[in-house]
Design a protein around this ligand. Structure first.
Ligand code: F6R
Ligand code: MG
Ligand code: MG
Length: 372
């Protein structure tokens, strides 16, 4: 059968501060999700959270951007916002940027990744949910999963993977997109997506099967006044096995943490720490940034699972390394490169500071070369 897997997330209030979602909010979302299954709006639904972000994982027969599905998600987020307001949660309704729903969620605040595919006889899918980071954080693991034989052995061992993958990359500065195919475009791909604040991978497609392999949420990324705004805690869906990377190859890039933007005040770099679902509660300096991996077998559209993939002991060392990286970076305090560069700060006192200091600047006498 052909179906759509929609992962839709929003921060509708944090418990305490920006660290967690209150259990009553999850309960309300789960009640609404069971009604949506009972009434046949969706085939199946799973509700989860990472840090202060609540995620709806839905299977249905509609298309991506299906108005009924997006309206349902909007309704759930309104309901969890009501609970958040009643309990005085922090930043209640934070990601709901508009008062009115108008057809789909685009531009309204929630982020979503949607993949439409014909279900295989067995359909393993991994849903990644991340907090205190941004969509470019998936560039590195996606390149490793789908293009790096040092990570994905199948690229050299399995004939079904040898045609490689097509990456759809957004250029946030120029509002344009490009499709690059590996292995032949491997170097240009890395040149671009190695700069995750400008170039972001939106989707990956199997060239041999001409089928979607991965999709990430990028809705809130847009360029305003020469810099991009709308950094958003992202989600990623990856299909696995049988002509696609194996589950273990999909998880392997997270075995050694990479640095991502989005920690404290969206203005610091830190390691992306893979954790179990219960440990996805970023507390130290509002972090370090977290990622969880929910494994499902999608069977007749039903979400069999999830398995908490990063709960496995084989990720204990990654967590240890991430904590050591976090210590190292935290020692730098407000200095770059722990603090993000001036162009990437989510909010900054710089303009006011420069105005206030304006009368105190004087010629430096020699720092600028004089043209002769
Ligand atoms: C980072 C994040 C938090 C907040 C910080 C300040 O993405 O969500 O680190 O930026 O707690 O929050 P406010 O400005 O709401 O006090
Ligand atoms: Mg929040
Ligand atoms: Mg968040």
């Amino acid at each position: 059968m052909e179906l759509t897997l929609s992962v839709i997330k929003a921060d509708t209030g944090g418990f305490v501060g920006h660290t967690e979602v209150h259990p009553e909010m999850l309960e309300v979302a789960r009640e609404k999700a069971s009604i949506a299954v009972e009434t046949g709006l969706v085939i199946d639904a799973h509700v989860n959270r990472v840090g202060d972000d609540l995620a709806l994982i839905l299977t249905h027969e509609g298309q991506p951007n299906e108005p009924d599905i997006h309206a349902f998600a909007w309704d759930v987020f309104q309901a969890t916002t009501e609970v958040a307001k009643r309990l005085g949660m922090y930043g209640a309704g934070q990601d709901l940027l508009s008062d009115a729903f108008s057809g789909n969620l685009r531009g309204l605040g929630p982020g979503y990744a949607e993949v439409r595919f014909r279900e295989r006889p067995s359909e393993p899918v991994i849903v990644f949910l991340a907090d205190k980071t941004e969509p470019g954080a998936f560039n590195y693991p996606l390149v490793r999963m789908f293009a790096d034989p040092f990570c994905t052995a199948g690229l050299v061992l399995d004939p079904a993977l040898q045609d490689g993958f097509e990456f759809e990359v957004l250029d946030l500065h120029e509002d344009q997109a490009i499709r690059l195919s590996t292995p032949e475009d491997y170097y240009p791909l890395i040149m671009l997506v190695g700069a995750p604040h400008r170039f972001v991978i939106r989707s990956v497609t199997s060239r041999a099967k001409a089928e979607p392999a991965a999709a990430s949420s990028t809705q809130r990324l847009s360029l305003a006044a020469g810099r991009y705004i709308g950094k958003d805690d992202p989600v990623l869906v990856v299909r696995a096995q049988n002509g696609l990377p194996a589950v273990g190859e999909v998880l392997e890039p997270f075995a050694y943490p990479h640095l991502v933007g989005g920690w404290m005040r969206g203005s610091h770099f830190g390691p992306l720490m893979p954790t179990s679902v219960p440990d996805a509660t970023p507390a130290r300096f509002d972090g370090p940034p977290r990622i969880i991996a929910l494994g499902f077998q999608v069977t007749g559209g039903r979400l069999i699972g999830p398995r908490d993939m990063f709960a496995d002991v084989s990720f204990d060392r990654a967590r240890q390394i991430a904590l050591e990286m976090a210590d190292h970076l935290r020692h730098m305090g407000p200095f770059e490169p722990h603090r993000a560069g001036l162009d990437e700060l989510e909010y900054t006192t710089m303009p006011e500071l420069m105005k206030r200091l304006q009368p105190r600047w004087h010629p430096a006498g020699g720092t600028k070369e004089v043209a002769t």
